[in-house]
Design a protein around this ligand. Structure first.
Ligand code: CTP
Ligand code: CA
Length: 225
């Protein structure tokens, strides 16, 4: 539908998208991670590409092949994701932070496989860098940043706090209240918050349709006009 009816309205734009989970090593054979599939990030990448943009992906470990039309850098850890994102950030017009970055990593990575000795094991974790927050501080007047939020309580308040704290132009709040929305699913239901206070709520829709909606909302950001 969009393929035929929409113009290449993002032609010449450079897009950075972080996606997927990160993996934080505990020892040579184990890691801490999460269930992010990267599907929402890939759907956004497809939408931008279809509408004429040059898409750069910083991808955590996800299942399946990533189409070669995207310029992809594969990373494992949050530190690597920050380094790869920082290296290209200044050249980008729009950045979409869809990665489910592990908030913490093991304080020490064991050189050898941790042996099963005691009856319990405590792990010491240390905070990972916040990629969106770090790059948000470096954002120029011409750049647009889009973030995501997944909340289980005080959804709207927390989403708006992330919008201002991380210097996002838009934050996309994933609804957990509807069946079919979220992490591994092919469908999603979101509310998009603008800096201006404007809000846009979607229906339960495919991730491809949600991606088109996000791109349409990006065009409402004052920087764009
Ligand atoms: N994000 C990031 N780097 C991190 C953590 C989060 O770039 N280390 C980005 C995510 O990609 C998302 C946004 O920040 O776009 C919000 O992520 P979320 O996990 O919801 O927020 P946190 O700031 O980590 O707070 P909390 O998990 O405590 O809600
Ligand atoms: Ca988090």
């Amino acid at each position: 539908e969009y393929f035929f009816s929409k113009s290449k309205d993002f032609l010449g734009k450079k897009i950075l998208i972080t996606l997927g989970p990160t993996q934080e090593a505990l020892d040579p054979v184990r890691f801490i991670s999460n269930h992010s599939s990267g599907k929402m990030g890939l759907a956004i990448a497809e939408a931008f590409s279809k509408r004429g943009a040059e898409v750069h992906l910083i991808a955590g470990p996800i299942k399946g092949e990533i189409p070669s039309k995207f310029k992809t850098i594969h990373v494992k850890t949050a530190d690597e994701m920050l380094e790869a994102s920082s290296a290209v950030h200044s050249q980008m017009d729009i950045c979409v932070f869809s990665a489910a970055v592990a908030d913490y990593k093991p304080a020490n990575v064991a050189d050898q496989k941790i042996k099963k000795t005691g009856s319990s094991l405590s792990l010491s974790l240390t905070k990972n860098p916040d990629i969106a927050l770090t790059l948000g501080k470096q954002k120029s007047q011409k750049q647009i940043h889009v973030g995501f939020a997944l909340e289980t309580e005080n959804e709207k308040k927390n989403a708006k706090q992330k919008l201002s704290k991380k210097n996002f132009d838009l934050v996309v709040l994933n609804s957990l209240q509807d069946k079919g929305a979220g992490f591994q699913s092919d469908t999603n239901k979101v509310t998009i918050f603008h800096q201006s206070g404007e809000q846009k709520e979607s229906e339960l829709a495919s991730k491809a349709e949600i991606a088109e909606l996000i791109l349409d909302q990006i065009k409402n950001v004052p920087v764009w006009i």
